[in-house]
Design a protein around this ligand. Structure first.
Ligand code: SF4
Length: 228
């Protein structure tokens, strides 16, 4: 058993709070680095079974902070297959608005490629970094509706929750310091991945395009959960 969830959550939050980012890109890179470093320190690090091409966890709702969404939108624009990716993201965001997407839907993420890899892996959200598995069979069985129970690396998961919690407020303050009350407040919290990216791409990367974006429904992959 790992130290308490709260301890790892606090470690994550403190790791990011101690950085002095000059831009939102700096901040997201610091957050991603902290996530990797703390995950490597997890007592369950050697038990993790995640491998390239294993995609069960890419079929859930993903929540992103405003700064992560901005960083990801830039990564999508720089991708060699950007036009196709943008079209897939736009279709998914539009479909979700029409069908009132449920957190229980098991649809693939628009960034998931046909070879089972993530098109933006280096820039993937914290929600994706934090969801690692110590039981690949359990993930696969659950994904197929056959009753499996995923067992994430708890220390890594809670550390990333702490980082995401800190990123939310630091990021909003960096993006729109002059608007923090009240408009900037709308940039706090987490947004549904596809809707956030679609809005940013339509709004030429203006972070205020995120105002009113869908919030992720309660879902296992959301980083909005509080430490146990
Ligand atoms: S962003 Fe990448 S890692 Fe995250 S759910 Fe989508 S395909 Fe999977």
């Amino acid at each position: 058993m790992f130290d308490s969830a709260h301890t790892w959550f606090r470690r994550g939050a403190e790791a990011l709070a101690s950085t002095r980012p000059r831009s939102h890109v700096d901040l997201v890179e610091s957050a991603n680095r902290a996530a990797e470093e703390l995950a490597a320190q997890s007592p369950e690090a050697e038990l993790r079974q995640c491998v390239a091409g294993c995609t069960a966890c890419c079929h859930f709702t993903v929540g992103v902070t405003a700064v992560e969404a901005l960083r990801l939108a830039a990564a999508v624009s720089d991708h060699p297959d950007a036009a196709n990716l943008r079209a897939r993201i736009g279709k998914r965001a539009t479909d979700d608005r029409i069908t009132k997407h449920s957190a229980q839907d098991r649809r693939p993420c628009a960034m998931l490629q046909s070879d089972g890899r993530c098109a933006v892996y280096a820039d993937r959200p914290l929600a994706c970094r934090g969801w690692t598995s110590t039981d690949r069979v359990g993930c696969e069985l659950e994904h197929r509706g056959l009753g499996g129970t995923p067992r994430p690396d708890g220390a890594a998961y809670h550390a990333v929750l702490g980082i995401a919690h800190e990123l939310e407020s630091l990021g909003a303050a960096l993006l729109v310091p002059h608007l923090l009350a009240p408009d900037g407040g709308e940039l706090r919290g987490h947004f549904e991945l596809h809707d956030a990216l679609h809005r940013l791409m339509q709004g030429d990367g203006d972070p205020l395009a995120l105002r009113g974006a869908r919030r992720p429904l309660a879902a296992r992959r959301s980083t909005e959960a509080s430490p146990a």
